[in-house]
Design a protein around this ligand. Structure first.
Ligand SMILES: Nc1ncnc2c1ncn2[C@@H]1O[C@H](COP(=O)(O)OP(=O)(O)OP(=O)(O)O)[C@@H](O)[C@H]1O
Ligand SMILES: [Mg+2]
Length: 384
């Protein structure tokens, strides 16, 4: 694995100011993206996936403030960029594929020419001939059949799927260091999302870009992402390699996402959806934001936010269930099957080793310090 991340997001918090109050959309989000790797950000609607990537590109709405954090891209702090610097960054260094291809295509300009324009804008050594050759090659790379015959077509002459490919070609034309795709099809079209990710990955090795792929569906990224960040209510709740997230998941929210996903490699009797809805970010609940929907919630989940517990060098989860004082719970049957598979893959016990010195980075609560029966609030909610 390459050692130096191309992008480092550290303790990022973003708020929106509205008439109703302050929306705490992103809360203390940190992650790294390595050169040539693919990071998937997965979570339900409203979890903060788009705000995270819009912040990277300086595209947040006017009512947003970044209340804390740093974003380092190739060593430069993006949060210190002015609009001119962001404009240079977008399209060139960091390119985004938006959900609706028509927002990124000019209906009045031939598609080949639109790709050429991006090449000419970002490469001062390119002339028309070179740009046209590269544009044609890109059209071929993204799988436009008989590309040379379609070079002079207009967007309306193409189907939705072909237009989406054109948008990817345009995004790639500036040779971006990072390519971001934010649910590059409508929410329901997960098969097409998977195809697009496959296509992006096919080209990734040739241009050595890193990819951030956003989806609400974990199934889309199986086998294709290097790392997965699971987001809930503005926070990353679990982060790990794709194998760790799929076969050794530790957060009950990740269990819920996996349990609602049809899959061929783990037999399940039925799919279950996560009950309830995410909390209102105008007034996020005290403690763990997922507690109210979590049948494995402990007393402490209603009091105090869980810190990140380290499961492996690459795997973290923010759930009190990983505290060494927490009772062992039995996850859903399908998750047990995943853990069994993990044992075969990794040859490891699924229960992480938590250091004896206690929870890393967690301050004791006043209650814990005061009470000799420290940890009593780590009882199961239903047993309390
Ligand atoms: N301009 C804004 N003003 C107020 N709140 C906002 C604004 N933009 C986003 N939000 C809020 O920030 C939170 C995170 O939104 P975000 O768009 O990042 O979610 P998402 O994970 O991308 O969801 P989806 O899957 O639906 O695209 C939501 O609660 C949303 O309502
Ligand atoms: Mg979104």
């Amino acid at each position: 694995m390459p050692e130096k991340p191309i992008l480092q997001v550290k303790n990022l918090s973003v708020e929106f100011h509205t008439y109703a109050g302050t929306v705490r959309a992103i809360r203390d989000v940190s992650f790294d993206l390595y050169q040539g790797q693919t990071l998937a950000i997965v979570g339900e609607s409203g979890s903060g996936k788009s705000v995270t990537t819009h912040t990277l590109m300086g595209l947040n709405a006017g009512n947003a403030t970044i209340s804390s954090g740093n974003i380092f891209y190739k060593g430069k702090d993006l949060l210190k960029f002015d609009e001119d610097e962001f404009e240079e960054l977008r399209g060139g260094e960091i390119a985004m594929i938006f959900q609706d291809p028509m927002t990124s295509l000019d209906p009045t300009m031939k598609i080949g020419k639109q790709i050429m324009e991006v090449i000419l804008l970002h490469d001062e050594n390119a002339d028309d001939k070179l740009a046209a050759d590269r544009a044609l090659k890109l059209m071929e790379q993204v799988g436009i059949p008989n590309a040379s015959e379609h070079f002079n077509d207009y967007p309306h002459q193409w189907s939705g799927g072909m237009r989406q490919r054109a948008v990817i070609a345009i995004a790639l034309a500036g040779n971006p260091g990072i390519l971001i795709a934010d649910e590059p099809t409508t929410a329901l079209d997960v098969t097409i999302q998977a195809q697009i990710l496959h296509l992006m990955k096919g080209i990734q090795s040739e241009i050595d870009s890193s990819i951030i792929f956003i989806t609400h569906d974990l199934g889309v990224v199986a086998g294709m992402a290097d790392k997965v960040a699971v987001m809930y209510a503005g926070k990353i709740v679990e982060y790990g390699t794709t194998q760790e997230i799929f076969y050794n998941p530790q957060h009950p929210y990740t269990w819920g996402l996996l349990d609602s996903m049809p899959t061929t490699d783990i037999e399940t009797d039925e799919l279950s959806s996560i009950p309830g809805t995410p909390p209102d970010l105008l007034d996020p609940p005290k403690g763990d934001a997922f507690a109210a929907r979590n049948k494995y919630a402990l007393d402490i989940d209603y009091e105090e936010e869980p810190p990140f517990f380290q499961v492996s060098d690459t795997h973290y989860a923010a759930t009190w269930l990983l505290d060494k004082r927490a009772p062992k719970v039995t996850p859903p049957a399908a998750i047990l099957k995943r853990w069994a598979k993990w044992k075969k893959i990794a040859g490891k016990d699924n229960f992480p080793k938590i250091s004896k010195s206690g929870v890393p980075g967690r301050k004791k609560t006043a209650k814990e310090t005061a009470s000799p029966k420290s940890g009593a609030e780590l009882a199961r909610k239903d047993q309390a």
